[in-house]
Design a protein around this ligand. Structure first.
Ligand code: KG4
Ligand code: ZN
Length: 341
């Protein structure tokens, strides 16, 4: 029997420190340390993020190796997020990965974070049926920093066919939440309050942009305008209408995503649709995609919750596929905050 390919993945592009072990494509562990320090600042503070990564990286890697039930010497290669992301944060994960690879003399694999989000669909679990998209498929990649429609032709060929011209969908969630006085990250909170709200109560303007592109910066101005007008009449307007406001904001953001991915799918004749990135954890987006599957007979792929937001399992699975292609990096590799797909 040939030796198993065991990959240690490291993710540190923003405010989550994560390490995971994947063995021949099957998940063995995925440890994530979230950083709570940013909550009170309404967004990620880069300097604080890198300091937290420094504190967390060794215990997180140690826990991933222990939970996987393997020894350090069993690891075939280490993959890490090279970018895009915050430079100070990326430096912690990349420096660790480089030292680890050098220390036990194994190959080093540099990973594009956005590719990682897409590749999360290929993580297999021993205890489950593993349904994976067939090539070519369309992936709606929606996170705090990106909103893209990617034509995924193969593991190695991914083409961006549409993207945001300004704010990302996650950013639109977080900035809207901030206007409502909710802590960072506001996306999950909007999702929570929206469940009991009326999505038709308020309408917010949105910019119309061509083809498969997106624009979300207008939504903030539109929310501010509604709130300023109403707060003059009633000081408690936000508090009394929080659920309806959240449902209406969420509906506005998600509606555009659904419209554009459906348009791309019909025009390109591709029925396989996947979503990826932090915003794919949104319950309303997931519900709308399931409707798309039922009504329009699309094959929809929605990642498990733990693989939606930033995690190292997605970096380890991408590392596994790059390992098969012998796509290695040497010790001169450096992190890059703006890395293209
Ligand atoms: O992929 P991710 O963890 O980090 C980046 O690479 O950006 O995405 C984080 C983004 C944040 O903007 C967060 O508010 C959003 O994903 N998010 C959500 C939900 N969970 C996370 N947005 C809406 N609803 C959610 N349930
Ligand atoms: Zn991400």
């Amino acid at each position: 029997m040939s030796k198993k390919i065991i990959i240690l993945g490291i993710e540190s592009s923003c405010d989550d420190t994560s390490a995971a072990i994947i063995s021949d494509g099957y998940i063995l562990s995925n440890i994530i340390a979230n950083q709570k320090v940013h909550e009170k600042y309404g967004g990620v503070v880069p300097e604080l993020a890198s300091r937290e990564h420094q504190k967390n990286i060794i215990p997180v890697v140690d826990a991933a190796i222990k939970e996987a039930g393997i020894k350090k010497e069993d690891i075939s290669a280490v993959s890490f997020t090279q970018g895009p992301g915050l430079l100070g944060s990326l430096l912690v994960g990349s420096s660790f990965a480089k030292s680890f690879a050098l220390g036990i003399d194994i190959p080093l694999i540099a990973i594009n974070h956005m590719k990682g989000h897409i590749m999360a669909h290929f993580i297999k679990n021993k205890a489950e049926e593993n349904k994976q998209p067939n090539f070519p498929f369309l992936c709606l990649t929606v996170s705090g920093g990106h909103t893209q429609i990617v034509l995924v032709k193969s593991v190695t060929e991914m083409i961006i066919i549409g993207e945001t011209l300004d704010d990302a969908a996650g950013e639109a969630f977080d900035k809207s939440a901030k206007i409502l006085g909710l802590p960072y990250p506001g996306g999950p909170l909007i999702d929570k309050y929206a469940r009991k709200g009326n999505k038709e109560k308020f309408t917010f303007g949105r910019h119309k942009v061509g083809k498969y592109d997106f624009s979300y910066s207008g939504i903030k101005t539109s929310i501010l305008r509604v709130i300023e007008k109403e707060i003059d009449k009633n000081r408690n307007f936000i508090k009394e209408n929080l659920e309806d406001l959240c449902a209406s904001i969420q509906h506005t953001i998600v509606e555009v995503l659904i419209k554009k991915i459906t348009k791309a799918s019909s025009e390109l004749g591709i029925n396989e649709i996947a979503i990826a990135g932090g915003v794919s954890a949104n319950s309303y987006l997931r519900k709308r995609l399931i409707e798309l599957q039922k009504i329009q007979k699309k094959n929809v792929f929605i990642p498990k919750f733990e693989y939606c937001t930033d995690n190292a399992a997605m970096i380890a699975i991408t590392g596994y596929y790059q390992f098969l292609e012998k796509d290695f990096s040497d010790q001169s590799v450096t992190p890059t905050s703006r890395l293209k797909l």
